[in-house]
Write a protein that binds this ligand. Sequence first.
Ligand code: 8YV
Length: 328
Amino acid sequence: MSRPAVLVARAVFPEVLERLSRHFEVEANPDDSAWSREELLARLAGKSGLFATGSVQVDAALLEACPQLRVVANMAVGYNNLDIPAFNARGVLATNTPEVLTETTADFGFGLMLAAARRMSEAERYLRAGEWKRWRYDTLTGTDVHGATLGILGMGRIGQAIARRGALGFGMKVIYHNRSRLPAEQEAPIGARWVDKATLLAEADHLVLVLPYSPESHHAIGAAELAAMKPTATLTNVARGGIVDDRALIAALREQRIAAAALDVYEGEPAFDPGFLELPNVVLTPHIASATVATRRAMAELAADNLIAALTGGTPPTPVNPEVLARR
Ligand code: 8YV
């Protein structure tokens, strides 16, 4: 019997490609070329599996054009690039990479929040520009993180990991808003308190966004929400572009209606609003919250585990829509 064919749409660790090659006919993209949608479609012809990342969009039209496709293994925990109802309608499996990136992403999210509160990027630019001539009592004074109120919007695995860092490492008071409340035994060790969104916005000294992107979370933080925050507050987004209305954020930062922001994700990334570049009070990073060697490797291996299991009669470890497996 011939081996299934799979497409690896983005560059990935050679060892992972080599592993996939032991099971499949692999068409890879070692140069990480940016394929147009037409090129992606052409390359997907005859492929049973797709190894994707968050920047590869798989919608109903693509699934319709590729009826042989049985699984898309996303090397990301977020899967807003995959149209899951369309996957379900066509019986195509989607998998993601939860757990393996939780702590790494939480480290980075917490670090970004610290950087915004303590003006670290701004301070480095100041030093590099040769502006550091002498000490002054108010040079680059920021906002304390220890003992402050940490607000988390979206209390999934990564939100909880950030909350743990704040509560246990920095003595922060943790409030959060999420569709579902955590069980009391998960709230208690970190003293986390569920609040409604209005209370979260009003009380947080440092607000961190860690919720999935969906039509419901589009612009969850816009002009009205920014206006409801403390003028001394910081906003950190390590979730997805589109959750924040970037234009509204730029206006709020420019007018210092909030103190500072830290962003790892942007609307329309890798493009982003150039207005951010003119603002001193925003820390900007290029979607790297999960980017440690060990974690990116773990994500790639987990995506490969899923692809291999799905196409060789095994049980994929982290399916997004396991109901399609039950139907097979
Ligand atoms: C990835 C992420 O770097 O896992 C996610 O959801 O946003 C990041 O860890 C990115 O999506 C690459 O696929």
